[in-house]
Design a protein around this ligand. Structure first.
Ligand SMILES: NC(=O)c1ccc[n+]([C@@H]2O[C@H](COP(=O)([O-])OP(=O)(O)OC[C@H]3O[C@@H](n4cnc5c(N)ncnc54)[C@H](OP(=O)(O)O)[C@@H]3O)[C@@H](O)[C@H]2O)c1
Length: 186
């Protein structure tokens, strides 16, 4: 089996599991965004970096000044590899599917952890993949209109877990509250 473990990270509103609307995030949460950045960037070996895997629409949703996501190997999935390859900055990896992303990461011993950062179909493929590890899900308590959703989490396969470094208490930003949850695949 491949050494590449897929960790998913997402923020979703609890009521409908919405993650996006009109190609953007439905909320603006600075501290939650900082959590995403820390989780996807931090490494235990300073000589290494992490990889982030995303769908083409998630790539499109990142403002130019923030992409590629810094200090991480950015891997973008599309059905139109050749067309996208010419449009992305140097260093961004464009592949035709999740297995292509894993194969690429296997060629890079300097990649420590792999984070699947959305959207819907990519999360779904990652959850069903034998290499799936954990889901880091920020559960937003407020309700938002969304047009993109986190797929159903199969509770037979994924169980809520405590992780030392992840605060378990309710987080508050303005009038928006949320919890950091971790699900482990059995
Ligand atoms: N809240 C969160 O944590 C979070 C995280 C990520 C994204 N979002 C939001 O979610 C929305 C974007 O997500 P989305 O689900 O609409 O789109 P997405 O998954 O980011 O991108 C979909 C595109 O990815 C490519 N793709 C998907 N599956 C593929 C496969 N198996 N093989 C090859 N290519 C594949 C296709 O690109 P082509 O059309 O180029 O072929 C497809 O159109 C935005 O609103 C964004 O802000 C939220």
């Amino acid at each position: 089996m491949s050494r590449v473990k897929l960790n998913l990270i997402a923020a979703a509103c609890k009521k409908n599991m919405g993650i996006g609307v009109n190609g953007a995030l439905p909320w603006r949460l600075k501290k939650e965004m900082a959590y995403f950045t820390t989780m996807t960037t931090k490494v235990s070996d300073p000589a290494k970096v992490n990889a982030v895997i995303m769908g083409r629409k998630t790539w499109d949703s990142i403002p130019d000044k923030y992409r590629p996501l810094s200090d991480r190997v950015n891997i973008v999935l599309t059905h139109h590899v050749d067309a996208l390859k010419d449009k992305v900055p140097e260093g961004v990896v464009v592949v035709s599917g999740l297995d292509g992303a894993i194969e690429y990461i296997e060629t890079r011993p300097d990649i420590e952890s792999t984070w699947v950062i959305g959207g819907s179909a990519i999360y779904e493929a990652a959850m069903a993949h034998p290499n799936c590890g954990k889901i880091y899900l920020t559960e937003i308590q407020n309700t938002y209109d969304c047009d993109t959703f986190f797929p159903n989490i199969d509770r037979q396969q994924f169980h809520l877990a405590d992780e030392d470094e992840i605060p378990g208490e309710r987080q508050l930003e303005g009038d928006i509250s949320y919890y950091f949850r971790v699900y482990k695949k059995l």
